[in-house]
Write a protein that binds this ligand. Structure first.
Ligand code: COA
Length: 403
């Protein structure tokens, strides 16, 4: 379709396609049986109430950014794009490395994505769908050409391991997609993003708020700082209501009906929530991608991880209509309809393997360059202490920064 642009001439309409995907989960597995030694629970209770059997837990040297980076590199390989071709990096996360600098900026630096803007997005378990929508809007408007959207979490670091109501549910991991602009029709067709802040006290992680503030809007309400709290029953009711409603709304926006959908990739919170959503939508539960038995709830990472596994299992065909649906803290929820397109064969890119090698070399160069920069900073500090003649020091730093 060709639409008139602001100058009155005709510009081809742009579409935002998912052209790359990747996931990364820690190796360490925590089984339900292992949890029996930590809190008063049982494998049987967890399996029957949630569907979860095991989850992954980040090792000491793993973090939200390192898992996100691994997933991002895989997604770039599938997309066959270089980091320098990425204009925007969004990391949806509730467990960022810092309040700032953002996890997205850390990943931008490690990738060497020198032309990309980067920011973290806080919409809890709905964050990935929010992020894909933001990136798709920017692509469709013509302001950017390619974006990386990552959902990454180390939930194990914010769990209260004495609270059996929450610690049995969550796990760590990351998933990423690359979105790219094209005039080929398809890709992200519609989205519904919603929030109801009045339910903010149903689940959260107090971080900077203070119990001393009189304003009741600043609540920690006796919850532990930096630890997750949740009212499971209320969240359960909220989730089962909003999944069906928001998918229906996104379908209407895309001019489709539930019969058109081939697959639903839901946030992986609880098997019973997914079953209730299937009943509400009057569809077979098999239309939902489910992998929560192996990863638990990985918050913003759960949808892209499930998407990767669905692609690996060959559950998507070109032109299939699929839905993403997420819900969580905020309260927030979001659904999106995507027409899955095989853009690679539509636009025929070649040389994937040699480009993969070039990307690996560029990551290696970026790593050494940042280590060299760090080293030069320490050297400069040292030189400054022993020799305050700043001219020579500045010249040395400039040289390294130019590398
Ligand atoms: N092991 C054993 N017993 C447990 C337990 C555990 N891990 N957690 C709670 N219980 C107990 C409760 O204390 C309660 O005991 P009681 O009847 O003696 O008081 C009983 O099990 C039932 O608790 P309840 O909270 O009603 O269970 P539930 O069926 O609602 O399941 C959740 C609890 C958390 C699994 C469920 O509410 C849920 O999944 N909610 C949604 C959570 C979610 O998705 N959050 C993330 C959103 S992004």
């Amino acid at each position: 379709m060709v639409l008139p642009n602001s100058e009155g001439t005709s510009a081809p309409r742009l579409y935002a396609h998912i052209v790359g995907w990747g996931m990364a989960v820690p190796e360490k597995i925590l089984r339900n049986q292992d949890l029996e030694a930590i809190v008063e629970t049982s494998d049987e209770w967890i399996r029957t109430r949630t569907g979860i059997r095991e989850r992954r837990i980040a090792g000491e040297r793993e973090s939200t950014a390192s898992l996100g980076l691994k997933a991002a590199r895989k997604a770039l390989d599938v997309a066959d794009l270089f980091p320098s071709e990425i204009d925007l990096i969004i990391v949806a996360t509730s467990t960022p490395e810092n309040i700032f600098p953002s996890t997205a900026s850390l990943i931008q630096n490690w990738l060497g994505a020198s032309r990309a803007g980067a920011f973290d997005l806080s919409a809890a378990c709905s964050g990935f769908v929010y992020g894909v929508d933001m990136a798709a809007q920017a692509i469709r408007s013509g302001s950017i050409k390619a974006a990386l959207v990552i959902g990454a979490e180390t939930m194990s670091r914010v769990l209260d391991w004495q609270d059996r109501g929450t610690c049995i549910l969550f796990g760590d991991g990351a998933g990423a997609v690359v979105l790219k602009s094209s005039t080929v029709e398809g890709g992200v067709l519609s989205s519904v993003l919603r929030s109801d802040g009045s339910g903010g006290d149903l689940l959260g992680i107090p971080t900077v708020g203070s119990e001393d503030l009189d304003n009741p809007d600043f609540f920690t309400n006796g919850h532990k700082m930096h630890k997750m709290y949740m009212n499971g029953g209320e969240v359960f009711k909220f989730a089962t209501r909003v999944i069906g409603e928001s998918i229906e709304e996104a379908l209407v926006k895309a001019g489709l009906t539930i019969e058109d959908l081939s697959l639903i990739v839901p946030h992986q919170a609880n098997q019973r929530i997914i079953q209730a959503a299937a009943r509400a939508l009057k569809v077979d539960v098999d239309i939902f991608v489910v992998n929560l038995d192996r990863y638990g709830n990985t918050s913003a990472a759960s949808i892209p991880i499930a998407l990767c596994e669905a692609v690996q299992a060959d559950r998507m065909r070109p032109n299939d209509y699929i839905a993403f649906t997420g819900f969580g803290g905020g309260l927030t929820w979001a659904s999106m309809i995507v027409q899955w397109t095989d853009l690679k064969s539509a636009e025929t890119r070649t040389g994937v393997l040699s480009n993969q090698r070039r990307r690996q070399i560029s990551y290696w160069v970026v790593r050494w360059r940042s280590q060299l920069r760090r080293l030069s900073k320490s050297l400069n500090q040292f030189l400054q202490r022993i020799n305050p003649r700043r001219g020579r020091i500045m010249r040395l730093r400039d040289k390294v920064d130019q590398l």
